[in-house]
Design a protein around this ligand. Structure first.
Ligand code: AMP
Ligand code: ZN
Length: 468
């Protein structure tokens, strides 16, 4: 089998991927901060991680995929000076941070599943791993890498000489820039919180005892602590959005590499680009959101959004427009209609005839998960006149292992029965008439429906009706 090649942010180059442990790949993906609805931009980043996982599985690897849920400690300001997003949302809505976290974690899990993402082997919440985070901070403290100020316990980046390496940071140029907060007492502008104390006079919902006093963990320590617990001191791949390179991932690396004396802590770093809406990154803080339910309300299937995502490489920005999603929905529907027709096909399948397209499809996947190219090869397979129906179906079924478009079972829009209790009742009456062999009555009902422009298809799963 040809090797998988991935673009590694750490080396800024495409590299052949080999896992540390034979045949087993350990992957960590930074998950959502669950203080607001999870939008389709967040889903795009999950779909990218899902393609990575599917490509690894297709290469024959066993995969342990860990995704975290940030339910505490992510501040409105990356420089540790703002409010905790969870606490703020709870205060605004007059409810508990836990309830908000549960609501949006459930929504995120449901939407991930609806767009065909495989479940992670481990889903871990920051609030359920406070002890692990405290232990890791203790290691850093024992090594003399942290210091205490009024605001909390901070990591001293001057003790980690490689700090600027990963993101190619120019800290001098950033002084006074957006990244640098003004927390009094910080030794270096880019030092970041490991443990924070509640601001005096404020009552937080989420705080815990620690060797340093009551407080809550900084945002970055959760990923270092949880990946360490579930994947060990070094692992293969870490993924997340491009926004994480300069701060969150840089800080994770500083913590983990200095705590465990490892380098590189993670071999491959993969970053997904943004989904834009109206010229800006779709984001909770800007408020230009679209959630999956908005699309479903417009008659767009969740998997049509997956199809839309496959049309752009994960390292390209993708722009969300009405036209683009409608055209993807049509494209997906056409593909599903072909699949529905082909899956009924019987006949010979000459394996050697499949090879050229199979090779080109998997070459595209192995070339840094090139989904748009893989999708183009899929369409070539559908349209290939040199192949019989059974052969085309064999290809589609195989390609769907990566595409995840449910081509084995999805039904084209034109055949999906709408729901209308009156028509459902008439269709049921017709069924009953047929069962008692009263064909005059069943034909009469069919004519009544036909007059309204409703057709009935008798399928192995019973009758289905459709308009037109
Ligand atoms: P958040 O919950 O906003 O911290 O984001 C969770 C994950 O979704 C991070 O990896 C972000 O990089 C990613 N993300 C957020 N907004 C977008 C977007 N518009 N397009 C793609 N990924 C995004
Ligand atoms: Zn993270």
């Amino acid at each position: 089998m040809q090797p998988l090649v991935l673009y590694n942010t750490r080396t800024r180059s495409k590299e052949i991927f080999e896992p540390i442990e034979e045949r087993h790949v350990r992957v960590y993906t930074c998950g959502p901060t669950v203080y607001a609805p999870q939008h389709i931009g967040n889903l795009r980043s999950q779909l990218f991680a899902d393609l990575l996982k599917r490509a690894l599985l297709a290469q024959g690897y066993r995969v342990t995929h860990v995704i975290n849920i940030t339910d505490v400690g992510h501040l409105t300001d990356d420089a540790d000076a703002g409010e905790d997003k969870m606490e703020r949302a709870a205060a605004e809505r007059g409810t508990t941070a836990r309830e908000i976290a549960e609501q949006y974690t459930d929504q995120w899990l449901r939407d991930r599943e609806r767009v065909g993402c495989l479940s992670p082997e481990v889903l871990c919440k920051a609030t359920e791993h406070i002890a692990e985070q405290i232990s890791l901070i203790e290691v850093l403290e024992q090594k003399g890498l942290s210091y205490r100020i009024e605001d909390g316990i901070y990591f001293d980046i001057s003790k980690f000489p490689r700090y600027t390496e990963f993101a190619r940071l120019d800290l001098e140029a950033q002084v006074g820039g957006g990244r640098i907060g003004d927390v009094p007492g910080k030794r270096n502008s880019a030092d970041f919180a490991l443990w924070k104390f509640p601001a005096s006079g404020t009552l937080r919902q989420q705080e815990w005892d620690s060797p340093w006093g009551r407080g809550f963990p900084g945002w970055h320590i959760e990923c270092s602590a949880m990946s360490r617990k579930y994947l060990g001191n070094q692992f293969d791949i870490h993924s997340g959005g491009v926004d994480h390179i300069g701060v969150h991932h840089t800080n994770e690396i500083a913590q983990s590499e200095s705590a465990d004396d490892v380098h590189p802590w993670v071999r491959f770093w993969l970053h997904g680009e943004f989904l834009d809406l109206r010229g800006k990154k779709m984001s909770k803080s800007i408020g230009n959101l679209c959630v999956l339910d908005d699309l479903i309300d417009r008659g767009i299937a969740p998997l049509a959004f997956r199809y839309f995502s496959l049309q752009a490489h994960y390292r390209q920005q993708q722009t969300f427009t009405d036209e683009a999603i409608e055209s993807a929905a049509t494209g997906y529907d056409r593909l599903v209609a072909h699949a529905a027709e082909l899956r009924a096909a019987r006949g010979d399948c000459e394996v050697s005839k499949l090879e050229p397209l199979r090779e080109r499809f998997w070459d595209a996947v192995r070339d840094d998960l090139n989904a748009p190219r893989a999708l183009a090869v899929t369409w070539e397979a559908v349209r290939s006149e040199g192949l019989g129906a059974a052969e085309r179906w064999a290809l589609l079924r195989e390609f769907d292992v990566f595409l995840g478009l449910d081509l084995q079972a999805a039904i084209p829009r034109s055949q999906i029965a709408e729901s209308d209790p009156r028509i459902d009742a008439l269709v049921a009456e017709r069924e009953a008439a047929r069962a008692r062999r009263d064909f005059a009555e069943s034909d009469r009902i069919r004519d009544v429906l036909a007059a309204e422009g409703i057709a009935i298809d008798d399928t192995p799963d019973g009758p289905r009706w459709r308009r037109g």
